[in-house]
Ligand binder design. Structure first.
Ligand SMILES: Nc1ncnc2c1ncn2[C@@H]1O[C@H](COP(=O)(O)OP(=O)(O)OP(=O)(O)O)[C@@H](O)[C@H]1O
Ligand SMILES: O=C(CO)[C@H](O)[C@H](O)COP(=O)(O)O
Length: 337
């Protein structure tokens, strides 16, 4: 089949009526999001919640299943990357119960204090996102309907983790640096391999647009941009279109912002995949159009979630959230058909 523009497949408001279909489902759809600490797992989970709304999507962090709190870890010398330092069996049994539609008392880890809080009752919503360091380990996989691995380059992750752990988790800068150093080989040993089984991999690198400049890149970016690489296993061709609005007048303006988009069908680990590369900055109106187009695709008039997770975030966060949310929602729509 040749790829062509097909206006009859353009997004139509209400076309999929996902909310009604989700409400009619017998069991929740379980989405797994895995990756290192500080890679962006919770941020991208929030993007799905921003689009669908918290009455349809809820999240469970596997951090609640750590076996040791921060003070205990300082004595034991272990890190949460070690699967043995987590109650993964308990997490698996809880997900099985949620999948069967049961409410579960979920343990909660409080990052602000580094201690466990009282467990909370989690009543399953139509979509439950499980995010954590070990979400794609073999015992979890049969329970997942779709999976995402977030693979953020070490230099980017270091910046994000430094900022977050010093501002929100009460760490001194030197402690975060030492912890990152201590965990580096543990990441390779216990976490990175999970990307081999993910349905979608999001890789985040520092922006590479300066390499495409003729001479020197001269634009002043309003915020740090990244090169996002989304690796997706393709589905059937007969899908509703989703158009990314790119304003070509950007090209002829003095205030042009750098932006790059490429789709590259590839063979990867013996499998056909499509790789989407995006780098640079896009006008906020274009991003908003994309958010509304994805909402319309699933049958909503607008993103249904809390604006704290969406409209107030920096461009780079919102755009990456949409790139992850799109294949996830596409899958959710297919499962709810
Ligand atoms: N695309 C992005 N651009 C800029 N900052 C980002 C982006 N994605 C995530 N971040 C920031 O990186 C930090 C880490 O993200 P997040 O808390 O989602 O990671 P995580 O994988 O859930 O971490 P942990 O497992 O340690 O809880 C956050 O402060 C978040 O705002
Ligand atoms: O690897 C991690 C996943 O988020 C964290 O380091 C782990 O949850 C412990 O958190 P904290 O450093 O706040 O005690």
């Amino acid at each position: 089949m040749t790829a062509s523009f097909s206006p009859d497949k353009a997004p139509r408001p209400g076309a999929n009526q996902l909310p009604a279909r989700l409400a009619a489902r017998e069991r929740p759809i379980i989405i797994g999001v895995a990756g290192d600490s500080g890679s962006g797992k919770s941020t991208y989970t929030q993007g799905i919640e921003w689009l669908l709304g918290s009455e349809r999507v809820s999240q469970i962090s596997l951090d609640g299943y750590h076996a040791e709190d921060r003070a205990t870890r300082r004595v034991s010398g272990r890190t949460p990357l070690d699967p043995e330092a987590n109650h993964l069996d308990r997490a698996v049994s809880h997900i099985k119960r949620l999948r069967a539609g049961e409410a579960v008392e979920v343990p909660v880890y409080d990052h602000a204090s580094g201690t466990f809080r009282a467990p909370r009752l989690h009543t399953p919503t139509p979509v439950v996102v499980i995010e954590g360091l070990h979400t794609l380990y073999p015992a979890f996989r049969p329970l997942l309907d779709f999976s995402v691995y977030v693979d953020t380059a070490a230099t980017v992750k270091r910046d994000w983790k430094q900022r977050r752990d010093t501002r929100e988790r009460g760490y001194a800068e030197s402690d975060v640096a030492a912890e990152i150093e201590r965990r580096a080989h543990q990441y390779d040993r216990w976490i990175a391999g999970q990307q081999d089984v993910a349905d979608v991999i999001l890789r985040i690198h520092p922006s590479e647009l300066s390499e495409l400049a003729v001479g020197q890149l001269s634009a002043e970016m309003p915020e740090t941009c990244y090169h996002l690489e989304l690796i997706v296993t393709p589905r059937d061709d007969d899908q509703q279109s989703l158009f990314l609005p790119v304003d070509l007048s950007n090209m002829t303006r003095q205030t042009a912002m750098p932006f790059m988009l490429a789709t590259v069908p590839s063979q990867f680990r013996g499998q056909s995949v499509n790789v989407l590369h995006v780098d640079g900055y896009m006008a906020p109106t274009a991003l908003e159009t994309l958010e509304y187009a994805i909402s319309a695709f699933v049958g909503l008039d607008a993103p249904a979630g809390d604006p704290v997770n969406g409209a107030t975030q920096p461009f780079t966060v919102r755009f990456a959230q949409m790139l992850v949310a799109w294949p996830v929602l596409n899958r959710i729509v297919a499962l709810s058909g």
